[in-house]
Design a protein around this ligand. Structure first.
Ligand SMILES: Cc1ncc(COP(=O)(O)O)c(C=O)c1O
Length: 365
């Protein structure tokens, strides 16, 4: 008996059927979010292993509020606060649960959330879990947001945006940050795709715009992308972290984040800070290749190319794969129109980056 036969058949008909796939490890990876190529650096896992092994146990074993909180978590939180200029911070198991934690917990009855229409699915899902009003504004559109903020009579206003948008690759409009200050709104910055990629110290969007941290800013970053590990963190004013610890279900009712992944995130943070100049230089070089071959100007390392046909993006991905390169084929409903997404990540030979861009160019023609 197949209880979901009709639904699965409909997904197949519309080209939206998804499968996990084990790709050949030898393919040159230009599809993942490993922006800095840190997931290939063995010296980072060796160091993380050394740090975790120096303690009697290597697992967090319980929720943070029972006895799962560990010096490895605490020292990483401290380092993140210092690097990003925030008062306090907390690590979480994933970016998905960090968004659920923030959006379910920080919005109470009588509050209003202003969310970019392209905000990540985890945040959108979490809006259904609180009793506040949610208003979406046009992607990166500060004018529309200001009209909505002016009209709002909410007790507390919260704006939720991303530093770099994962599917469009655009950078957050700076005017939105200024609006949060002007209207005394809390500002949630999901930096999944910007921390480690932009900014003078590669710390993300505030670093990129050279803006000081203010009491109303809340930064969420993930470890599964540029940091080459797994997990996430939230940085904010002390009272906001204190409130999350007391109310956020993904913090209270989940086993504390993995010690190894947290230690690896910490080692990566140190690596990024220490090597920021050379990493920035490499990022620039890759951005230059993308501009030169594909004519696309990028601020981060995501290169989206609109194709508009679910089946066609799969075909292009397959053809490129035959030449030994792996690129992303992103379909509806993740995006409005299907795209090919290339990640111009570090650690890939420049010649290969040129070749794959030329290949894509050829298939697009
Ligand atoms: C913008 C954004 N926020 C949050 C997440 C969730 O983070 P995680 O993969 O750590 O759960 C992702 C992607 O995975 C993302 O792209």
């Amino acid at each position: 008996m197949n209880y979901y036969e009709k639904e699965l058949a409909a997904l197949k008909r519309s080209g939206r059927y998804r499968q996990r796939r084990l790709f050949d490890e030898n393919l040159i990876d230009l599809a993942s979010n490993d922006y800095l190529g840190l997931s290939h650096k063995k010296e980072l896992i060796d160091e993380a292993y050394k740090r975790v092994s120096s303690y009697q146990s290597h697992a967090s074993k319980a929720s943070m509020l029972v006895n799962g909180y560990h010096p490895i978590h605490a020292s990483f939180e401290k380092a993140l606060c210092e690097a990003n200029g925030f008062e306090d911070g907390i690590v979480l198991g994933s970016g998905f649960s960090a968004n659920v934690a923030m959006i379910e917990t920080l919005l109470r009855k009588g509050d209003e959330l202003f969310m970019d229409e392209k905000y990540h699915a985890s945040g959108v899902m979490a809006t259904k879990l609180n009793d506040a009003k949610t208003t979406y504004f046009k992607h990166n559109d500060a004018n529309e947001l200001e009209t909505q903020l002016k009209a709002s009579t909410a007790k507390r206003k919260v704006i939720a945006v991303e530093g770099i948008y994962s599917m469009d690759a655009d950078v957050l409009n700076i005017d939105i940050i200024h609006l949060a200050d002007k209207y005394d709104a809390l500002l949630i910055l999901d930096e999944a795709h910007s921390s480690g990629v932009i900014g003078n110290k590669l710390m993300g969007i505030l670093d990129y715009y050279n803006l000081p941290v203010k009491d109303n800013y809340i930064k969420m970053g993930t470890l599964g992308k540029a940091y080459g590990s797994f997990g996430a963190y939230i940085l904010a004013s002390s009272h906001i972290i204190e409130y999350l610890i007391n109310r956020a279900k993904p913090i209270i009712y989940a086993t504390a984040p993995s010690l190894f992944d947290t230690a690896l995130g910490h080692v990566s943070l140190e690596y990024i800070l220490k090597n920021s100049e050379s990493l920035k230089k490499e990022i620039k070089e890759n951005q230059h290749i993308i501009k030169e071959v594909l004519g696309i100007e990028i601020k981060g390392l995501i290169v989206p190319m609109k194709i508009g046909n679910n089946k066609k993006v799969m075909q292009i991905q397959e053809k490129v794969m035959n030449e030994n390169y792996l690129i992303g084929a992103i379909r509806q409903p993740t995006v409005d129109t299907a795209i090919i997404r290339l990640i111009a990540r570090l650690g890939v030979d420049k010649k290969d980056l040129h070749t794959v861009c030329n290949l894509i160019q050829g298939f697009l023609r």
